[in-house]
Each structure stands twice: as structure tokens, then as C-alpha cells.
Ligand binder design. Structure first.
Ligand SMILES: C[S@@+](CC[C@H](N)C(=O)[O-])C[C@H]1O[C@@H](n2cnc3c(N)ncnc32)[C@H](O)[C@@H]1O
Length: 215
């Protein structure tokens, strides 16, 4: 039986405390500054720490990322799994250039990153089915269902799909919010939860992380 629910204020301070659990170094700080200059969002500190732990836990050797940005999430993924090769997709050349610099400053060898300039809708279908241990989705919330389907196709058994911003900045739990991106996140949560071949969890970390492990 669930206990007494915590107050909203207590929940918020727990969330803040958890976000501060992660310590960030100068290379991450620089990557965040580059992201700010480009006007592109980066994963929160708590999400970054979760990505490192997930990449380490899956013993990832091959990772796909949809939405490179300035490389903040990519650095966290590769810190968790330093042996892995990160295939990261983004259509914006200036974002990819920033990410390249972030990886360099974090000491990540270029042989561990495959940065592909292009739209995920065109690139994902060309990637190898079952060839990846972890797929991280962090682009266009409205396309989340398509990215989830492609992500599941790309994963090996035991691999993990991670969808960022799964709570759509706290809008998902509010039934009155009917925006396309909020609805898309609700739809992808239902789709993954109802799939017997997946084990799922929805974490309140950052702006929400939806996890699905392929059985
Ligand atoms: C929120 S940012 C990613 C941030 C990054 N994951 C991080 O935490 O450092 C979203 C990125 O998705 C990219 N993007 C937008 N549409 C895309 C698409 N169709 N395919 C791949 N990437 C896309 C944007 O250019 C942007 O860089």
C-alpha cells in the first residue's frame, strides 16, 4: 500500500536535491555554454548522470542518439561507456561542430563518435536492426512515437530505449493540456507500457525520462 503522498514542496526539493547529486566538470560547463550560445537545450545534470549510469549498466558498446545538440548528453553517455561508439544524428551543422568540440575537450577519441548530419527520419531506417545497446531520443517530441518504433527496431535484446522530456515539462500529467507534443509523449508512454516485449519505467528525472528495456 502506498504511504501518504509527499507535499508538492517536499517533492520539488527532492527533485532539486537529486538534480544536484551529479557533479559537473569544466568540460561539461563549456559544452553547456556552447549550447546556450546556439540556443539549444541540453539534458539536465540529473539526466546526464542517469545517462552515464544507464550506459555503464548496459555495458553499451554501440549507442544511437537522436538529437546531438552541443554534445552534453553525448559526453555523459560516453563517460558511462568509454568503450562504446556513439552514433549521433542532428540536421544542424553548427550543432554538430559544437558537439565535436565538446567531445574533444572531454578527451573522447574521435574514433568513438560517428556524427551524422541529417534528419533522423531519413537516417534511422538505414541503421542496422538489432545492432545497438542503447538508443537515446532527444529531438522533436511530436515525432517521439516514430523514434520509439525505430529505437526498438535498432536495439538488441536486453538493450535500452531512453526518451528524454517524457513529461513534456510537467504538462503530461495535466489532462487539460492537449498540445501535439504533450499528446505525443502520452501516446508513446502508452505504446511502450502496453508492449509485452518491453519492461518500462517513467522517471521524473530532469524533464522526465521514459525507459524501455527490450526483453
Ligand atoms: C534538445 S536538443 C538535443 C540536446 C542534446 N541531446 C544534449 O543534451 O546535449 C535537440 C536537437 O535535436 C535536433 N533535431 C531537430 N530535429 C531533428 C531531427 N529530425 N533529427 C535529428 N535531430 C533533430 C536539433 O537540431 C537539436 O540539436
Amino acid at each position: 500500500m502506498a504511504g501518504t503522498p509527499p507535499s508538492q514542496a517536499a517533492k520539488h526539493s527532492s527533485w532539486t536535491y537529486a538534480e544536484q547529486h551529479a557533479e559537473e566538470d569544466a568540460a561539461i560547463a563549456q559544452a553547456r555554454l556552447r549550447a546556450d550560445d546556439l540556443g539549444v537545450e541540453s539534458v539536465s545534470p540529473g539526466t546526464g548522470a542517469a545517462l552515464s549510469a544507464l550506459a555503464a549498466g548496459t555495458g553499451a558498446r554501440a549507442i544511437v542518439e537522436i538529437g546531438t545538440g552541443a554534445g552534453v548528453s553525448g559526453v555523459f553517455l560516453l563517460r558511462g561507456a568509454p568503450e562504446a561508439v556513439l552514433t549521433s544524428l542532428d540536421p544542424m551543422p553548427d550543432h554538430l561542430a559544437a558537439a565535436r568540440q565538446s567531445f574533444r575537450e572531454s578527451g573522447i577519441p574521435s574514433s568513438h563518435t560517428r556524427l551524422i548530419s541529417g534528419y533522423a527520419q531519413q537516417v534511422l531506417p538505414r541503421l542496422t536492426r538489432g545492432g545497438y545497446d542503447l538508443v537515446f531520443v532527444d529531438a522533436e517530441p511530436e515525432e517521439a512515437e516514430f523514434y520509439a518504433e525505430e529505437g526498438i527496431r535498432l536495439l538488441r535484446r536486453g538493450g535500452t530505449l531512453v526518451i528524454n522530456d517524457a513529461l513534456d515539462r510537467d504538462r503530461v500529467p495535466k489532462p487539460a493540456v492537449r498540445e501535439a507534443r504533450t499528446q505525443a509523449m502520452r501516446a508513446v508512454e502508452r505504446r511502450l507500457k502496453n508492449d509485452d516485449d518491453l519492461t518500462t519505467a517513467l522517471l521524473p528525472t530532469g524533464t522526465g525520462l521514459l525507459l524501455a528495456v527490450k526483453r
